[in-house]
Design a protein around this ligand. Sequence first.
Ligand SMILES: Cc1cc2nc3c(=O)[nH]c(=O)nc-3n(C[C@H](O)[C@H](O)[C@H](O)COP(=O)(O)OP(=O)(O)OC[C@H]3O[C@@H](n4cnc5c(N)ncnc54)[C@H](O)[C@@H]3O)c2cc1C
Length: 415
Amino acid sequence: MKIAVLGAGIVGVTAAWQLLKDGHEVTVIDRLPGPAEFTSFANAGLVAPGHAFAWASPAAPRMMLRSLISGDQAIRFRPRLSLRQWVWVAQFLGQCTDERARLNTAVKAPFCRYSQKVLNEVVDETGVNYAGQKGGLLYFYRTPEVFEAADKKCQILRDAGMSIEVLDADQTVAKDLGLAAAAGQIAGAVYTPDDESGDANFFTIALAKKCAEAGANFRYGEEILDLRERDGLISAIITDKGDLVADAFVLSLGVYSPHLVERLGIRLPIYPVKGYSATLPVTDAAKMPRLGGVDEENLLAYCPMDERLRLTATAEISGYSNGHRPGDFRVMLKRARALFDGAADFENPTMWAGLRPMTPTGMPIIDRSPYPNLWLNTGHGHMGWTMSNGSARILADLIAQRQPAISRAGMEYHG
Ligand SMILES: Cc1cc2nc3c(=O)[nH]c(=O)nc-3n(C[C@H](O)[C@H](O)[C@H](O)COP(=O)(O)OP(=O)(O)OC[C@H]3O[C@@H](n4cnc5c(N)ncnc54)[C@H](O)[C@@H]3O)c2cc1C
C-alpha cells in the first residue's frame, strides 16, 4: 500500500520504519528541513516505563491553581483567551481523580514496557547510534515523607511487573557516584533497573536515514495545508507544493494534529504542554551522573548523553509558543548546579523549549479515524520517546489488520 506519514518527529519516523517493514511504500512529509526538529529535538532522553505515572493526578489541580500566583509549581497554568485551551483543561481536570490517575497509569505502564521492547528490537535490527545507555534510571527524593509516599505509589508499577528498587541515601549514591556531592540533599531514591536513556533526536535522524535506505521518500520543507476528502475517504493531502495522493494517511503532527483534522469533524483532545531543556558540554566526567534520573521534588530531569549533560524541567499549559528567554532556565540551572557542580559548563547552556502533545489521560491516540484510510498516531505527551516505537508497531498491526501484541486500552479515538 502507498502510505503517507504526516510529520517527521519521532512518532512519524518510527511509524515509517514499521510500515516499511510491512512492505508498504512510504512517504514522510514535514514542514521543517529535517527529522525531529520540533518537539523531538531536545527532550530529556529518558526511556522511562518506571516513570509512567499519569500527570493528571489529584495533586495537579492544586499545582495549577497555585501556579497562577507563584512561578515555582511543577505544572503551570497560564490562562489564554482560547476555547481550545479551556476545553482541554476541563478534560484534564476530569482525569485528576485518584481512580482515573490509577487507571491511566495502569494502562500506560505495560504499554511503555512494550514500547521499550520494540525500541530495543529496532536498535538491534538497524544498529542506529543515539547515545543510548542502559543500566536503569534513578528517581530521587529530598524529604523522607515524600520518599515514603513515592515508595507506596510505585506499587502500581510493581503490579504491572516492573522491577523497582527502593534505595536509601547511601545506596543511591553507591548506585550513581555522580550524585556523591549531592548526598546531603537526598533522602532516598526509587531505582528502576530496566529503564534506559538516549538522545531521541539522534535516534530519529539515524532511523530516518535507515528508512530512506529502505526506500522511504522524505519530503522536508513542505507544509501540509489540508486533507482532500472523496466518498468518505481521504484521497490526498494538499501541501504548499501540490497534492500527494496515497492509499492511506497517518497523522503524526504532534501538537498540530488536531488543527489539520478539525474541519473534517475529528476532534482530538491534544494541547501543548511546554517544557524547557538545557544541554551543557561536560567538563569533568568524574562529576557527571552515570545514570539519567529525576530530582523528583524539583521535577528536574537530567541525563548524561556522551559528552553532554541534558537537563529539562517544567510543564506549562500556556499555548503554542515555543519561544524562550534565558530567565526561563535560571532556576533549572541553579538547581542542577547544586547537584552536579563542576561536571558541566553551566555558563554555556544550549537552550531550547518544546511543546509536548498532551492528551488529558497521557495516553496517545492510536486508532482508525472516522475516515477509514486516515490513521491516528498522535498525542504522546511527556513520553513520546518512550512510547513511539511501540505505537508504531501497534499502528502497523492495525493497518495490516493484525491483532497488536498488547491491549489497546486507553488508545482509542472517541469521536
Ligand atoms: C522538555 C521535554 C522533555 C521531554 N522528555 C521526555 C523524556 O525524557 N522521555 C520521553 O519519552 N519523552 C519526553 N518528552 C516527550 C517527547 O519529546 C514528545 O512526546 C515527542 O517528541 C513527540 O513527538 P511527535 O513526533 O509526536 O511530535 P513532533 O516531534 O512535534 O513531530 C511532529 C512533526 O510534525 C510537523 N508538522 C506539524 N504541523 C505540520 C504541517 N502543517 N505540515 C508539515 N509538518 C507539520 C512538525 O514540524 C514536527 O516535525 C519530552 C518533551 C519535552 C518538551
